[in-house]
Design a protein around this ligand. Structure first.
Ligand SMILES: Nc1nc2c(ncn2[C@@H]2O[C@H](COP(=O)(O)OP(=O)(O)O)[C@@H](O)[C@H]2O)c(=O)[nH]1
Ligand SMILES: [Mg+2]
Length: 207
């Protein structure tokens, strides 16, 4: 599967505007600043498709992107875990996410992005518990691989897979800066769209 065309569709701030037209979606979740928007730009081969920022936590929007003129949508979810966000903003984020996961019937898969340099946090575990709860399959993508040496990447993959109780084979290593991981991600998307995704998924029953 190749991403040949990508275009921005719409930003959504409220539950009532969540798209529910049956088009297949793959969503991208993760902490603020983990590299969600950069990864979208990298795999779509467009530098300014999704807005990236070195300042975390500013956008509370769901951003939808059309891929290959209606084949499916990539959905850039608002980031979590930014300390300076007010309680009321956090509540608004949680409400929007809950409504997105509960009502997006054509959501097939979530890419959960984690920074390869660090172990996962409570927020990441919560997100994955959430996906288990809704029965939504996911793949973890470790970002910013360019910041680590090869042996450090191997070590971090072990730490992250053990923290999340998932198989190491279920973590894709990526870097938007060094342009690494696109082939693996496209292969994964192909499996997701073909509904073959359960074959090598290795997720523990409980985390
Ligand atoms: N070194 C490195 N920096 C990255 C990479 N991906 C994103 N960044 C940087 O991380 C910051 C946050 O990126 P962004 O894509 O906006 O993160 P988001 O908040 O998850 O959408 C920006 O300063 C990016 O330049 C990567 O693969 N390697
Ligand atoms: Mg972003």
């Amino acid at each position: 599967m190749q991403i040949k065309q990508a275009s921005f569709l719409i930003s959504v701030a409220d539950s009532e505007h969540i798209l529910r037209d049956g088009v297949v979606e793959i969503a991208i979740a993760g902490k603020s600043n983990v590299g969600k928007s950069s990864l979208i730009n990298y795999i779509c081969s467009q530098s300014k498709l999704a807005r990236t920022s070195s300042e975390p936590g500013r956008t509370r929007l769901i951003n939808y992107f059309d891929i290959n003129k209606g084949e499916f949508r990539l959905v850039d979810l608002p980031g979590y875990g930014y300390a300076k966000v007010s309680k009321s903003e956090q509540m608004k984020w949680a409400r929007l996410m809950e409504d997105y996961f509960a009502t997006s019937e054509a959501l097939k898969h979530v890419f959960v992005l984690v920074d390869l340099r660090h172990d996962v946090g409570a927020n990441d575990k919560q997100m994955i518990a959430y996906l288990h709860h809704y029965g939504i399959p996911f793949t973890v993508i470790g970002t910013k691989a360019d910041k680590l040496k090869r042996n450090e990447i191997i070590k971090q993959k072990k730490i992250i897979s053990s923290s999340l109780a998932i198989g190491e084979g279920n973590i894709i290593v990526a870097s938007a800066v060094a342009r690494v991981g696109k082939d693996d991600i496209e292969q994964r998307i192909e499996q997701i769209l073909a509904d073959d995704e359960y074959i090598d998924i290795d997720v523990a029953d409980e985390i």
